[in-house]
Design a protein around this ligand. Structure first.
Ligand code: AMP
Ligand code: ZN
Length: 498
């Protein structure tokens, strides 16, 4: 039985899909205002391993991933600038161009990491109608209220609010670090935000060449007293709605789009651990308030990648990308291998030394697979399963089924390689989960047998099948004269260059 840690119930649970043999999987995608950093990519690799494991175990998977191209503000408390508009200002492009550029960069990065693309990518800006419809439903049921800057979800009206994250409203109030604005409760969140002009204030004196952007409604008083000039620009991404021109809050996109493609409830919803207290908590509240049914049965979260014990973040200065790794001479798949060695629910500290060790390990694995000599005619990558193969396959599957225990699965692979008890065929089968492109490595490292040797080997196999051991021994001697060593084992015949 496949067990997964379900954040919703704070324990490992046996996974049972809603429809036999089929899994609906929704993974929260990137906010496309900058490159994904290798911490973000840790989350996507964990989700890929989950998806590949489900496929390996025989499930059909429908995988949906959103692209956040509007509505994610610089503060998770629904204040600050829209990250897309901020990116546009930073690069002197339109918000739409920024979204397109970084979506392509993201697709490129995940392909480099051998992450299987989702069946459906959905951009938040393509499904505004669905998001408005969901907000209207919530309004009708009395879960919303209006403030000066938008339409908010009233978390006090949803008794189970914050259950998954064990949030206690009281504690939040005591912390008092939330920017309340006109909100009724600290945990209330925006469903729709009204457009306000983007105001850029520029100091008029030469010394004060620093320019600063603010987005409040009326900065004119500040302008007068400080001697500033002000330029106003219209928000680039905005839509008509029953509540006025504006844009959706960040969380509503995932509630609307996941259900559009997977129905409600669906099987598994994933994301990084930081999504538990805010983004996923809010998704659950609004989806369940609107329909009275759960959004998803399993909520599965990946832990952080850290650098020097600090979370890697786009806003921090410890931000590394796939390009940085490549510039320093690392294989992207060595980074994937580095990630697989730690369980997805454990924090992982990144360091160049650790990556170098992982790269050595990865190359070692490629060599071991290419030279794996327990298979029949291994130089051509042809192999037969043996009882040993069956044993290790079972253990590998058991490790996967135990909440994706990849470190354990990799340890088994190493042990079997060392003990020469696993065939190439089985290792390539395992690679369907590992995603380390072992087959490609094999192609580039495998030398085909010369024709003369291949013919003799085929004749010898026939002689052995006839139990003509004298002919078989003579043929072996001829093969050895051509520089190849032949060994017979329970798993078949193995041939290697001397
Ligand atoms: P974003 O593009 O900021 O919306 O984040 C994309 C994904 O990366 C989300 O699932 C986040 O939870 C995840 N994430 C953000 N920072 C980290 C980190 N340091 N380690 C692992 N995952 C992260
Ligand atoms: Zn989401």
């Amino acid at each position: 039985m496949f067990s997964l840690y379900n954040t919703l119930h704070h324990k490992k649970e046996d996974f049972k899909p809603l429809k036999t043999g089929k899994v609906g999987l929704y993974t929260c995608g990137p906010t496309v205002y900058n490159y994904a950093h290798i911490g973000n990519l840790r989350t996507y690799v964990f989700e890929d391993v989950l998806k590949r494991s489900l496929l390996f175990l025989g499930y059909k998977v429908k995988h949906v991933m959103n692209i956040t191209d509007v509505g994610h503000l610089t503060s998770d408390a629904d204040t600050g600038e829209d990250k897309m508009e901020k990116g546009a200002k930073r690069e002197g492009k339109t918000a739409w161009d920024i979204a397109r550029f970084y979506t392509e960069a993201f697709e490129h990065d995940i392909a480099e990491l051998n992450i299987l693309p989702p069946d459906i990518y959905c951009r938040a800006t393509d499904y505004i109608k669905e998001q408005i419809a969901l907000i209207k439903k919530l309004e009708k049921k009395g879960f919303t209220y209006k403030t000066s800057d938008g339409i908010y979800f009233d978390t006090a009206k949803f008794p189970d609010y914050g259950k998954m994250a064990n949030l206690k409203n009281q504690e939040l109030k005591a912390g008092a670090r939330v920017d309340m604005g006109d909100k009724k409760n600290p945990t209330d969140f925006a469903l729709w935000k009204f457009s306000v002009p983007q105001v850029t204030v520029i100091p008029t004196t030469k010394e004060e060449s620093l320019s600063q952007s603010i987005t409040d409604g009326d900065p004119s008083s500040a302008r007068a007293s400080l001697g500033m000039t002000k330029t106003e620009s219209k928000r680039q991404m905005e839509w008509e709605s029953p509540w006025g021109v504006g844009f959706p809050g960040w969380h509503i996109e995932c509630s609307a789009m996941s259900v559009k493609f997977l129905g409600q409830p669906f099987d598994i919803h994933c994301g990084g651990i930081d999504h538990v207290p805010v983004h996923h908590t809010n998704e659950i509240a609004q989806s369940e308030a609107a329909t009275g049914i759960p959004l998803a049965n399993f909520w599965v979260h990946g832990e952080y990648l850290l650098t020097q014990n600090d979370r890697m973040a786009k806003s921090g200065n410890n931000f590394l990308t796939i390009s940085t790794l490549k510039e320093k001479g690392f294989d992207t798949l060595a980074y994937r291998f580095f990630l697989l060695q730690t369980h997805y629910r454990k924090q992982l500290n990144f360091s160049w030394e650790a990556l170098e060790a992982a790269q050595n390990g990865y190359h070692h694995l490629l060599d071991a697979v290419a030279n794996c000599n327990t298979s029949k005619n291994s130089l051509q990558g042809i192999a037969q399963r043996s009882p040993d193969d069956t044993k290790i396959s079972k253990k590998f599957t058991t490790a996967l089924e135990d909440d994706l225990n990849l470190p354990e699965a990799l340890a088994l692979v190493w042990d079997a390689i060392k003990a020469k008890t696993v065939s190439q065929k089985t290792l390539l089968e395992f690679d369907k989960v590992l995603g380390l492109n072992l087959a490609d490595a094999l192609k580039s490292q495998t030398t085909p047998l010369p024709d003369a040797v291949a013919v003799l080997l085929a004749q010898r196999n026939e002689a052995r099948d006839r139990r003509d051991f004298q002919a078989s021994d003579e043929l072996r001697a001829q093969i050895e004269k051509l520089g190849y060593e032949v060994k017979d084992s329970a798993s078949g015949t193995d041939i290697t260059k001397k």
